[in-house]
Design a protein around this ligand. Structure first.
Ligand code: SAH
Length: 225
């Protein structure tokens, strides 16, 4: 654990412990209460998930560009989504759609047993893979593909998290949710008010609840080399 701690603190000289603590404080004020989620966010070096030129802004509570018209999610949203996903108890298999920088992936990897992460842009996926390996997070498997299809071969999942906005909830993802499983997904159109939804697979059918208004980049179609 010593070694893992050191890795997670990677470059802590760069961003003081106080800067990170301020971010955690802000999340508490915005209503995040899950202490495990807050701990993991405090310990995860977000500056390693953005370009060096933006590293000094990594602990601001804001989304930042990661190239290819994509963004690393806002830390509060990452915390909020993780917290809602874990609300009903521990999860062993989580499917993530939209790896992006790998930041949300890294947070989840420390909170659940196994993460299966799908990304359509190969170069983003490659970089995310390197970052997670450098942080010694080994319980993540990556797939280059179209998240609209999920990852059927390894279904069902107890949790599904989607980090890009979908025009409608993809049927494949509903199909791949285990009984009692939970999905957190933004639904709506780009440039309009989008709703972060929590969908739970009940004994008969699905329950749906709106969690918040959000702004995400779109869930697009097809993989991209
Ligand atoms: N959680 C990521 C957010 C990245 S932005 C982070 O914090 O870095 C959303 C990501 O979803 C982008 O990387 C984008 O390429 C990806 N994406 C969009 N449509 C997709 C699809 N159909 N399948 C898989 N990934 C997709």
């Amino acid at each position: 654990m010593r070694k893992q701690d050191d890795l997670m603190r990677g470059g802590i000289g760069f961003t003081s412990e106080r800067t990170r603590e301020r971010l955690i404080q802000r999340m508490r004020e915005e209503g995040v209460t899950n202490e495990r989620v807050l701990d993991v966010i405090r310990l995860t070096p977000r500056h390693l998930f953005v370009d060096e030129a933006l590293a000094h802004r990594a602990y601001e509570d804001t989304a930042l560009p990661i190239g290819h018209n994509q963004t690393i999610s806002q830390p509060f949203i990452v915390a909020h989504m993780s917290e809602r996903l874990l609300e009903a108890g521990p999860l062993d298999k989580v499917l993530e759609i939209g790896t992006g920088s790998g930041y949300q992936t890294a947070i989840l990897a420390q909170l659940v047993e196994r993460v299966f992460s799908v990304e359509r842009i190969k170069v983003l996926q490659d970089r995310a893979k390197e970052r997670l390996a450098a942080l010694n997070l080994r319980n993540v498997v990556f797939r280059w593909g179209d998240g609209w299809e999920g990852w059927p071969a390894l279904a069902p999942y107890n949790g599904i998290i989607v980090t890009a906005v979908a025009s409608e909830v993809p049927q494949a993802l509903l199909d791949q949710l285990a009984p009692g499983g939970r999905m957190v997904i933004p639904v709506g159109a780009v440039g309009e008010v989008q709703q972060l939804m929590l969908i739970v697979r009940e004994e008969h059918g699905f329950s749906r609840r709106v969690l918040a208004s959000v702004r995400f980049v779109p869930l697009l179609h097809g993989p991209l080399a």
